[in-house]
Ligand binder design. Structure first.
Ligand code: UDP
Length: 230
């Protein structure tokens, strides 16, 4: 075993990294935690569908193959300890930090970088911090920003075909053996906000105790299955 995080286990097998999605769900820097049956398989399949779609649109991801029910075979990456958030609408920590109303449209996609560090509550950083802290060069940060915006616009359009609104989304990147910046980790209702006529289809159902999150996650999986087969 190479690494076990809050919601995934990563094992290096041969030339690949096998990422097992666990049934754990967490919020608030890991303070809120539950285990929900089938959550891992639902998020693994959603990630596989969306990453396949992104690679069809020219965005490189770590996905090699989905191994049902809950494993992704991936290209091994040396991950940047970063979360790159793209916001199309105001929500979550944006509203807490800067005010405004949830769901209000932003004039252009806003990109924010956070260092992954639960103890410090994932501090927000600018490109100078990243360079000074030795996390990434400014050029690498620029590239992550550019890929993140492109991926977000592709996914926004994907979900719009089902009349869903993508509000915000978080990406993680790593370097492949040959030094390319590749989109890694997952893309699921754990990592984006997705709404339809005010109804919540993402982890806010869990964060705010609004009922069974898996009912919504399953609907997102069905949506992804049907939109990707169109
Ligand atoms: N997000 C994530 N992991 C994190 C923090 C945020 O996947 O550790 C996602 C979150 O689900 C949302 C987006 O990134 O889709 C923006 O989250 P925000 O900064 O508003 O944080 P929140 O306070 O809502 O976790």
């Amino acid at each position: 075993m190479v690494y076990e995080g809050k919601t995934k286990i990563v094992r290096i097998v041969g030339d690949h990294a096998l990422i097992e999605f666990k049934d754990d769900i967490t919020a608030g820097d890991g303070l809120k935690h539950d285990v929900i049956l089938n959550k891992g398989s639902i998020c693994a399949e959603i990630t596989a569908i969306l990453m396949n779609f992104l690679s069809e649109k020219g965005i490189k991801t770590h996905l090699v193959e989905f191994l049902p029910p809950n494993i992704l075979k991936t290209v091994p990456l040396k991950m940047f300890p970063l979360e790159v958030v793209v916001r199309l609408k105001k929500a979550g920590s944006f509203v807490k930090r800067y005010g405004g109303v949830e769901g209000e449209e932003l004039p252009f996609p806003l990109v924010e970088f956070f260092i992954k560090d639960d103890e410090r509550h994932d501090p927000m950083v600018c490109f100078d911090h990243l360079e000074i802290l030795g996390i990434s060069t400014k050029k690498q940060a620029e590239e992550m920003k550019e890929i993140s915006i492109k991926a977000t616009l592709v996914l926004k359009e994907f979900f719009e075909k089902g009349d869903f609104e993508l509000w915000d989304i978080k990406y993680e990147f790593g370097l492949s053996k040959d030094g390319q910046i590749i989109l890694g980790d997952e893309i699921s209702p754990d990592t984006f906000r997705l709404r339809k006529k005010g109804e919540i289809f993402d982890k806010d159902v869990y964060r705010r105790n609004l009922g069974d999150p898996m009912k919504k996650y399953e609907e997102v999986l069905e949506l992804c299955r049907s939109l990707s087969s169109q």
